[in-house]
Design a protein around this ligand. Structure first.
Ligand code: WQD
Length: 327
């Protein structure tokens, strides 16, 4: 099978590319390298381009034909919530416009399968303890809205020209499947804690007065290597009849910020006693996936625990340029 991975040099995309390479699939990567680097994609051909740019459709179509692409895995997107609030039009152009370009090229080139990176951000502030795929979707920022719009576009393309698709709603992705594929960006809790520690500063906890057992926010942390496996399961499922197209990817269990910070201390041997800062606007107290649908229908289950996730993130951090020397 020949698979185009759009955004395949990024944090999650590069994990999927490596799994596909190991499985002997033909992979062609498309990436603008704006937040990633070429060495992450290894031996696979890499086309450097911004899929949201003018002229992208024709170029993508050419690459699809040249590589006889059967399916597209679409990761490429901007993913910073705060930035999306400040620059909504750029987010719509990049995330929605980029996806429309990829789908137009697919329609022209006769490619009928897509796996799309959606997000738990589509749920916003969910009114339930554990989020099911049918839970009300009310994204509270432009980033989350671009992901929900992406799902709607896929539904419409299915109806109009027979697109076969799966959208995976990622919960809190963390860790590294290989030490050279760690999360290079400092945008989420674990990298943000490691970033503080590498500067000799105490980790920050945003709010300790939430209605949770220890007062800090609870999230569902899923190992990036498990998430990458979920894409392989979804790809297999696209060969058959799907009862549903949208799946949460999480573990079904939550960990609090305090538990994560403590786990980093245990793995690293560093003092991770945090400083408590005010709540960050827009943070739901708890976000945990129901992982039932993807297990029942795709046979996928993520069982890697927090300790292993944090250990792999630490190992990757220590293999990188900002290694922390223990005192
Ligand atoms: C987790 C918890 C913070 C840093 C975001 C996006 C979501 C998805 C993943 C994707 C929160 C707390 C963080 C720190 C802290 N985006 N925190 N100290 O907000 O759950 O999800 O990333 O592509 O759409 O919203 O993830 O890792 O930022 O935060 O206390 O230094 O850690 O307040 O409760 P979040 P996060």
């Amino acid at each position: 099978m020949s698979i185009m991975v759009v955004g395949g040099a990024g944090y999650i995309g590069a994990h999927v590319v490596r799994l596909l390479q190991q499985a002997g699939e033909d992979v062609v990567v498309v990436d603008d390298l704006s937040t990633s680097s070429a060495e992450r994609v290894g031996e696979s051909p890499l086309v450097v381009m911004d899929v949201a740019a003018d002229g992208a459709v024709g170029r993508l179509e050419d690459v699809m034909r040249e590589h006889a692409v059967d399916a597209v895995i679409h990761f490429a997107a901007r993913k910073q919530v705060g930035e999306s609030v400040a620059r909504p039009l750029w987010y719509y152009r990049q995330n929605v416009g980029g996806m429309v370009n990829v789908l137009e090229a697919m329609q022209e080139a006769g490619v009928r399968k897509m796996i799309f990176s959606s997000s738990a951000a589509v749920y916003g502030m969910p009114p339930v303890e554990v989020v099911e795929e049918d839970t009300v979707k009310n994204p509270i920022n432009p980033y989350g809205r671009t992901k929900l719009i992406g799902e709607w576009i896929l539904e419409d393309c299915e109806r109009a020209w027979g697109l076969n698709w799966v959208a995976l709603r990622y919960f809190n992705v963390a860790g590294a499947g290989w030490p050279d594929l760690g999360d290079g960006a400092v945008m989420n809790l674990i990298p943000m804690v490691l970033d503080r520690l590498s500067r000799g500063e105490a980790p920050r906890v945003f709010g300790e007065d939430y209605p949770t057992p220890d007062g800090t926010c609870i999230r569902d942390y899923v190992h990036v290597k498990d998430l990458a496996e979920a894409h392989i399961a979804a790809m297999r499922a696209l060969d058959g009849q799907l009862a549903h197209h949208v799946f949460n990817v999480g573990t079904g269990t939550g960990a609090s910020v305090t538990e994560v910070v403590r786990a980093i201390g245990e793995v690293s041997g560093l003092d991770t006693t945090p400083v408590v800062e005010p709540r960050r606007p827009g943070d739901p107290p708890q976000l945990i996936a129901s992982a039932a649908r993807i297990e029942d229908e795709l046979g996928f289950r993520s069982a890697t625990g927090l300790g292993e996730i944090v250990a792999s993130a630490w190992e990757a951090w220590q293999a990188g340029p900002r290694r922390i020397e223990r005192p």
